[in-house]
Ligand binder design. Structure first.
Ligand SMILES: C[S@@+](CC[C@H](N)C(=O)[O-])C[C@H]1O[C@@H](n2cnc3c(N)ncnc32)[C@H](O)[C@@H]1O
Length: 228
């Protein structure tokens, strides 16, 4: 079976991704959604709007077809001092996310590409609230993931992410084609260690268990106080 790189794999799978939403939601959504709203409220309370230089930025890294962004957009309604952003490696995913969201600034970006991240940060600023769900599974080294997250985050920002104990990538079907997408398994200890090494403080960790089996772990990290 062909094991495609994430850019071509997700471009091919994008039109079919929606049918996985319910399954993906079951991995983490209740806790991830509640934490996201709580994190936003915490950030808003931390610096009153009148003392801020610009809007609070909520960024969804590896946003896919906008599964999470559509909810974030609803929860941001009425928060005029917050801006929503998202990026993904797959142009087709970004196209679908753009069609679903009205206010988000979206773009194509490889989170592992330091220069591209630099340009993103220059143009759009660093995120106060950064989410990255089901993204780490496509990054080979945990260290690279956290360095990228730190780069995208403002000092004292909040990172919400999950990791899944995936041994084998699922077989995906797009029309008549069956394939897998290159993914990597990460030990929980290695994820924690890489987060700490990158200067993050672990605020919360929530295991999602189904039929006695760990299927996802959701993390809330506090970014370092200084820009790195
Ligand atoms: C399993 S999907 C998750 C999408 C979305 N976060 C969600 O929870 O529905 C993984 C997404 O990560 C994106 N991705 C994989 N590698 C990436 C990279 N290096 N930079 C940015 N996005 C990447 C893929 O294109 C895909 O849309």
């Amino acid at each position: 079976m062909e094991n495609l790189d994430p850019a071509s794999g997700y471009d091919l799978y994008a039109p079919y991704y929606k049918k996985d939403h319910a399954h993906l939601d079951s991995f983490d959504w209740t806790i991830a959604g509640a934490w996201w709203r709580e994190a936003l409220a915490q950030l808003e309370a931390g610096v009153p709007a009148e003392n801020r230089k610009g809007p609070l930025i909520a960024l969804d890294a590896g946003c896919g077809d906008g599964r999470s962004l559509v909810r974030f957009e609803k929860w941001l309604a009425g928060h005029e001092s917050a801006a929503l952003q998202g990026f993904d490696l797959s142009p087709q995913m970004v196209k679908l996310a753009s069609a679903k969201t009205h206010s988000a600034t979206l773009g194509v970006l490889d989170v592992e590409d330091q220069q591209a991240r630099e340009a993103w940060v220059q143009q759009r600023g660093r995120a106060d609230l950064l989410s990255a769900f089901f993204l780490l599974v496509h990054i080979d080294r945990e260290e690279d993931f956290f360095v990228a997250m730190r780069h995208l985050l403002a000092p004292k920002g909040i990172l919400l992410m999950n990791t899944i104990p995936q041994r084998k990538p699922p077989v995906l079907v797009a029309g008549t084609k069956k394939f897998t997408i290159l993914s990597h398994s990460h030990r929980l200890e290695a994820v924690r260690e890489a987060g700490y090494d990158a200067g993050f403080d672990l605020v919360r960790e929530h295991p999602v268990v189904e039929e006695d089996e760990l299927i996802s772990t959701v993390f809330w990290w506090a970014a370092p106080r200084e820009v790195q």
